[in-house]
Design a protein around this ligand. Structure first.
Ligand SMILES: NC(=O)c1ccc[n+]([C@@H]2O[C@H](COP(=O)([O-])OP(=O)(O)OC[C@H]3O[C@@H](n4cnc5c(N)ncnc54)[C@H](O)[C@@H]3O)[C@@H](O)[C@H]2O)c1
Length: 393
């Protein structure tokens, strides 16, 4: 694994847990973790359960006793690490968004296609697909329970940078993160809604905003927290080079129309990922802050009995849940990563290509790109570039 902070901790928890919960044909061994600072990565290895540590990710890629590289670093290093790992015949799990630019994402998708031809697997970490209620939502939509999809309404709302004094962490720098709220959390609702509906976004009209354009430079930071200044009372500032908020309207290729909103300025909303889908026969809605529940409205019921039902998604017949606790004993955020590890191990063991593939993640990147192009040109209608021609090149 490369990177050991927020996602590194979540992924480590998954690798530690997955074989203790799921009965799988392969066993995950946590061989080595990489970070840039020797003392910190040594401490992280001990805390998170990795056998060894290194400060050079290339040392992981060249080892014969490592089969899989798990990339948990900011987007500016995804392409280089993933392409090198795939070329060395390692399976790759790469955090989202796949890359910082569509060029990088295309190169990664091409490397993954070459790898797949040689039996090397790759997956992008859109973990919300692995929340049981979301997987159930997809199943019910695919089973026709809400009929033809008319509307998709998706928001991902956070508030961790509403304070203008919150420092300029890597997530607020375009060269490190690619984009702001759009790529960080907007990418999740793009992937999630396309996964649930089975439809892909074909075009957008978009608006982005950066409310706080200059922020104090940070002390060492990680995850979603940081302190401003150099630790000696001196505070200098730098430019925010990404969006604080991104909104867009979209058309999907199955005829649905959609609205998306991703922001880090929704005061009071911490991880408010919500999706509602309205169809000809009913509606279905998910809210991550109530992640063990799914709202379902069945318009085929007698009018006297219609109303939104809350499904408690904790039954053994629900996706992933037969391995966990008795009905009603809910699960949490970290379980989505354990499910992700489960699905990846299963795919490697059975020789299947896991989803979302790098090509799926490239398509999300193309949507992000269309949003930024639209927002940069007066919100004009902007088609999402097609995937396939260039990937094959
Ligand atoms: N799936 C999700 O829900 C989710 C949530 C948060 C972040 N992410 C994604 O995970 C990735 C990491 O985000 P995070 O929140 O864990 O960031 P973070 O700041 O908490 O951790 C980044 C880690 O990468 C290390 N690192 C940075 N550059 C490196 C390099 N060149 N070589 C080796 N190590 C390097 C840092 O030392 C740190 O350990 C990003 O792509 C982000 O978008 C996904």
């Amino acid at each position: 694994m490369v990177g050991y902070a927020f996602m590194g901790s979540a992924h480590s928890q998954a690798w530690r847990t997955v074989n203790r919960v799921f009965d799988l044909p392969l066993h995950a061994r946590m061989t080595a973790v990489c970070g840039r600072d020797e003392a910190n990565v040594a401490a992280a290895a001990a805390r998170l359960g990795w056998e060894q540590h290194t400060t050079d990710w290339r040392a992981l890629v060249s080892r014969d006793d490592i089969d899989l590289i798990d990339i948990c670093t900011p987007g500016d290093s995804h392409a280089e690490i993933a392409i090198a790992a795939l070329a060395a015949g390692k399976h790759v799990l790469c955090e989202k968004p796949l890359a910082n630019t569509i060029d990088e994402a295309r190169q990664m998708a091409a490397a993954a296609e070459r790898g797949a031809a040689a039996g090397v697997r790759s997956m992008c970490g859109f973990n919300y697909r692995r929340v049981p209620a979301v997987a159930l939502m997809r199943r019910m939509v695919a089973d026709g329970r809400i009929g033809d999809i008319r509307h998709v309404r998706a928001v991902y709302l956070q508030d961790w940078i509403t304070d203008p004094q919150f420092p300029l962490v890597w997530r607020l720098q375009k060269d490190k993160a690619g984009s702001g709220a759009l790529g960080d959390i907007g990418a999740h609702i793009i992937d999630l809604t396309q996964f649930v509906t089975g439809q892909r976004i074909t075009g957008v009209t978009a608006l982005t905003e950066t409310f706080v354009k200059e922020r104090p430079l940070p002390q060492a930071s990680s995850g979603l927290s940081a302190a401003a200044g150099d630790g000696n009372g001196t505070v200098t500032t730098g430019q925010v080079t990404v969006d604080d908020a991104a909104l867009f309207l979209a058309r999907l290729d199955g005829g649905a129309i959609a609205t998306y909103e991703a922001t880090r300025f929704a005061t009071g909303r911490k991880n408010g990922l919500r999706v509602e889908i309205n169809g000809s026969l009913g509606s279905i809605a998910f809210d991550f802050e109530r992640m063990n529940e799914l709202e379902f409205y069945d318009a085929t019921e007698p009018s006297t009995e219609q109303g939104f039902t809350t499904i408690l998604v904790t039954e053994p017949d629900h996706p992933y849940l037969s391995a966990w606790w008795p009905p009603g004993h809910g699960i949490g955020y970290e379980h989505s990563f354990t499910h992700q590890a489960r699905d990846l191990i299963e795919a490697i063991a059975t020789g299947a290509d896991p989803a979302p593939s790098f090509t799926d993640a490239l398509q999300v990147q193309l949507v992000l790109d269309a949003v930024l192009r639209s927002a940069g040109h007066g919100s004009g209608w902007t088609d999402v570039e097609p995937i396939f021609a260039e990937v094959a090149a």
